[in-house]
Design a protein. Structure first.
Length: 75
């Protein structure tokens, strides 16, 4: 899918309006952090990996909950 959009001046920077249906499609919400990369001469905007953060938080909670058991298993 390709969209043609105009670049708009926003203060000293520039912006592109992202339609809400595209935001929904890739799981972006207002004020979400995105990663911008240059690949093969193009500009790509990706959602940050919030899911990875959630997994790490859950893993951390698991380790805290089973700390003593994990220590016993390690020896």
């Amino acid at each position: 899918m390709a969209l043609v959009k105009k670049i708009t001046k926003v203060g000293n920077s520039y912006g592109v309006i992202i339609p809400s249906d595209i935001m929904d499609l890739i799981g972006l919400k207002p004020n979400a952090e995105v990663e911008i990369t240059l690949e093969k001469g193009g500009l790509f905007i990706h959602p940050t990996l919030e899911e990875d953060q959630l997994v790490m938080e859950q893993f951390s909670q698991f380790v805290k909950s089973y700390d003593e058991t994990l220590k016993k298993l390690a020896h």
